[in-house]
Design a protein around this ligand. Structure first.
Ligand SMILES: *Cc1c(COP(=O)(O)O)cnc(C)c1O
Length: 374
């Protein structure tokens, strides 16, 4: 739908358009790729900033039956949206948190013996998962603790374990030796719990091949159109388009500066467009790398009429300034759209322009833009 078809959008200064059909197609493509393994969906952080309220039902309609969130609050929200799905809570069990998880009929991913004992004592045989650390050193039981857990037959009898999982550190680099090392560690952890379904791979890990799929894969970023690993591209298409209006266009003479702190100086006469998006909308302040700052990385750009226009000067809360001197054709007019994400500007491009990754770009998208689910 274009802005002109929808009166609510006519005056919008910025739009985040989320293509739910592309999202569903992405989930189905990954599910097909990993079959006979199951494909879940990671919907933590409000479905990576895209809105769990819309994303979870769309994924459920596509066939997804297993969701991963980070926190108990996210689990409660997901439960209201997906009554029959399995919902796993990646942060595990915070002491005292059993009732909250039970109320959401959610399954903690137990990360330690202490968590496993508390769940067994308080939740009885409500389903849960366990996390074994295979080298990320972030969450999960390290090998000795895993051995102790596996050896405690009475504890395990009091648990209904539906999944054992681990998480890869370097799966975005298919050649990295950590991948094989962690898979070996996972294999050896599995010998102690041979009957449990297993899960190792996220978006990048599932591209490493069937030996990484086990019983269930846990993609997040790829579902939303992200390419977690540049050298093994997932069979997914973009889901998000972000655009904002050009508010003004002006000529800036050689020697004049643009924006706060005057970080950008025009070397020649430039045509500068001011666009209605800023750091409050998730467009990182550091994106507006000045040509004179010499930060050693290319700055960000927006796309206007299909041409990349570099962001110049500081990004402010509500506005960015872009150099449109080289956009051909008639002068850019007020009210034209600048594409910030999409239409050839990938999440990875935008992340690189901001000195971060596409994941952070997605999860920081602001709440101010009009959200359009198509
Ligand atoms: C966030 C997360 C995922 C999903 O990762 P993506 O790279 O977005 O696919 C999977 N597993 C765990 C443990 C996570 O924390």
């Amino acid at each position: 739908m274009s802005a002109s078809d929808n009166p609510a959008l006519a005056g919008a200064t910025g739009i985040v358009a989320i293509d739910l059909a592309a999202l569903a197609a992405n989930w189905r493509a990954l599910a097909k790729l990993v079959a006979p393994a199951d494909c879940g969906a990671v919907v933590k952080a409000d479905a990576y900033g895209l809105g769990a309220v819309e994303i979870i039902p769309a994924l459920e309609r596509a066939g997804c039956r297993t969701f991963f969130v980070a926190t108990p609050d996210e689990a409660a929200e997901a439960r209201a949206l997906a009554l029959d799905a399995a919902i796993y809570v990646l942060d595990g069990l915070v002491s005292g948190g059993v009732p909250t998880l039970l109320a959401a009929n959610a399954r903690p991913v137990l990360s330690s013996l202490a968590e496993a004992r508390e769940w067994a004592a308080v939740a009885g045989r409500a389903p849960a998962a366990v996390h074994v650390d295979t080298g990320l050193n972030r969450l999960g039981m390290p090998p000795e603790e895993w051995a102790a857990f596996a050896a405690d037959a009475s504890l395990r009898r009091r648990l209904d374990l539906r999944l054992m999982m681990s998480h890869l550190a370097c799966a975005d680099d298919p050649a990295h030796p950590m991948n094989q090392a962690q898979r070996s560690a996972f294999e050896s952890a599995r010998t102690r719990l041979p009957d449990s379904p297993a899960s190792l791979a996220a978006s990048d890990g599932l591209m490493l091949g069937p030996e990484y799929h086990y019983d269930l894969v846990r993609p997040g970023y790829a579902l939303y159109g992200g390419q977690a690993a540049q050298r093994s591209r997932a069979p997914v298409s973009p889901v998000v388009t972000v655009k904002a209006r050009v508010l003004q266009v002006r000529e800036v003479p050689a020697g004049a500066t643009v924006g706060y702190s005057a970080t950008y100086t025009a070397r020649t006469l430039r045509r500068i467009a001011t666009v209605a998006a800023g750091y409050a909308d998730g467009f990182a302040r550091g994106t507006g790398v000045s040509l004179d700052e010499g930060t050693g990385r290319p700055g960000g750009a927006v796309s206007i009429r299909g041409v990349r226009a570099p962001v110049v000067g500081r990004v402010s809360m509500d506005l960015i300034t872009v150099d449109v001197t080289d956009v051909p054709g008639s002068p850019i007019a007020c009210g034209e759209w600048a594409i910030l994400i999409g239409q050839g500007l990938s999440l990875e491009d935008v992340g690189a322009g901001a000195g971060t990754i596409g994941y952070e770009v997605l999860t920081r998208l602001g709440r101010r833009f009009y959200r359009l689910y198509v």
